[in-house]
Design a binder for this molecule. Structure first.
Ligand SMILES: [Zn+2]
Length: 275
């Protein structure tokens, strides 16, 4: 059983074949979904998606760094309201972080938004889901400063170097999300991942983005998490079942998901959540 720990299946990209897409995922062994929010505008469709999959989808709440614009304080206000006066449960603050690929001019605002949201996660004892693009130094600067034993989370879609992976491992409370990039020829992370303990990794797709080989360049979807698992199994030279078990347990532990026991192959268990 697999969990797609980072997937945007609530986006319009999946409107047309949502039911078939979920069916394909189930057949590939992907049963559960963690849904990262983007901004205030995406909240309604995020909630709607969870209502369609009430036992299998876990929403997060946060402001994505690419959505940090002039109105970011207003956006944060609204997102904070959802987190602190919840009508429904959120399993993480995410996705948050720093992205200097699309816009360097908002760096100060991005850092401010990132810090505020980290403080909320600490207050609520929730993990954070970090998006980093072309900004590892800036992101580490913030996390190094705010890290304590209460702060946990994941660097989603990890694409860094071995040194950056070591930096994350050294926190002791953070994991790395592995997705399609692991399967790319020029992705490079497949060269060193086996040197790290598998307890550090969780699987994700980041659908509809970053589809793994052989679907690279096309729309990504949760069933493809199985391809990432296969590649990770090859990196570790381990049976893929073992990788399924380890990464799923890592994900359950990080997000405090209360799922049925993993000691069975049955897919028919109802899910129970601790809220
Ligand atoms: Zn994302």
């Amino acid at each position: 059983m697999l969990i797609d720990s980072h997937t945007h299946i609530y986006l319009p990209d999946f409107d047309e074949d949502f039911v078939d897409m979920i069916d394909r995922a189930r057949k590939a062994g992907v049963e559960y979904y963690l849904l990262p929010n983007i901004d205030v505008e995406s909240i309604a469709s995020l909630h709607k998606c969870q209502d369609r999959l009430p036992d299998n989808a876990f929403p997060m709440m946060g402001l994505h760094p690419c959505s940090v614009k002039d109105d970011y304080q207003d956006q944060l206000e609204e997102i904070k309201r959802h987190l602190f006066q919840p009508v429904r449960k959120y399993w993480a603050v995410g996705e948050i972080g720093i992205d200097l690929y699309w816009d360097e001019s908002t760096l100060d605002k991005q850092i401010d938004a990132f810090e505020q949201q980290i403080q909320w996660a600490k207050a609520l004892n929730l993990p954070i889901v970090i998006h980093v693009r072309d900004a590892f130094d800036e992101t580490f600067e913030v996390v190094d400063r705010l890290h304590d034993d209460r702060l946990r989370g994941v660097f989603h879609c990890f694409t860094g170097t071995k040194e950056q992976a070591q930096h994350i491992a050294d926190y002791g409370t953070f994991k790395m999300g592995l997705g399609g990039v692991l399967t790319f020829k020029n992705g490079k992370i497949d060269q060193f991942i086996h040197e790290f303990d598998p307890s550090l990794f969780i699987l994700e797709t980041d659908a509809p983005y970053l589809a793994p080989v052989p679907h690279r360049g096309k729309r990504n979807e949760p069933s493809y998490a199985a391809l990432v698992a296969e590649k990770l199994a090859a990196c570790y030279n381990q049976p893929v079942e073992e990788i399924h078990k380890i990464t799923t347990q890592n994900c359950i532990d990080l997000f405090h998901l209360n799922l049925p026991s993993l000691d069975t192959d049955s897919n028919d268990y109802p899910a129970h959540f601790d809220d």
